[in-house]
Design a protein around this ligand. Structure first.
Ligand SMILES: [Zn+2]
Length: 117
């Protein structure tokens, strides 16, 4: 009996993960087309699904989501991206709430080094 419960839970998590990814793709498409409101809504639904089913949000979604106001971050439209060479960080500022999210700058350098050989 317990085994079926575990199977059922994993099946639900798989479905939730798939839905989150589909919604993230839809949000990206809407944002590129200029519908930021739709992108916000798609990400809000994706976040709700992930929280309810305890599925971790994919990394691409986390990077596009403001941690302050949960809105879609699109560089140039709803966010501003700056490189801080003193602290070696990428700083993304949300233009609707003003929260600054930082991610390590060295990761990008490492990826660039790998690509160049
Ligand atoms: Zn924000």
């Amino acid at each position: 009996m317990a085994r079926n419960w575990v199977k059922e839970r994993h099946r639900k998590m798989d479905v939730a993960d798939e839905r989150v990814r589909i919604l993230a793709l839809a949000a990206d498409k809407a944002a590129v087309a200029g519908d930021i409101d739709y992108a916000d809504r798609y990400l809000a639904i994706a976040r709700k699904i992930a929280l309810r089913s305890s599925v971790p949000l994919p990394k691409q979604v986390k990077m596009r989501l403001c941690k302050g106001c949960h809105k879609y971050l699109m560089p140039g439209k709803t966010s501003r991206v700056r490189l801080n060479s003193e602290s070696h960080r990428v700083e993304t500022k949300c233009l609707s709430c003003g929260r600054v999210q930082c991610s390590p700058y060295l990761r990008e350098q490492r990826v660039r080094r790998k690509k160049s050989g």
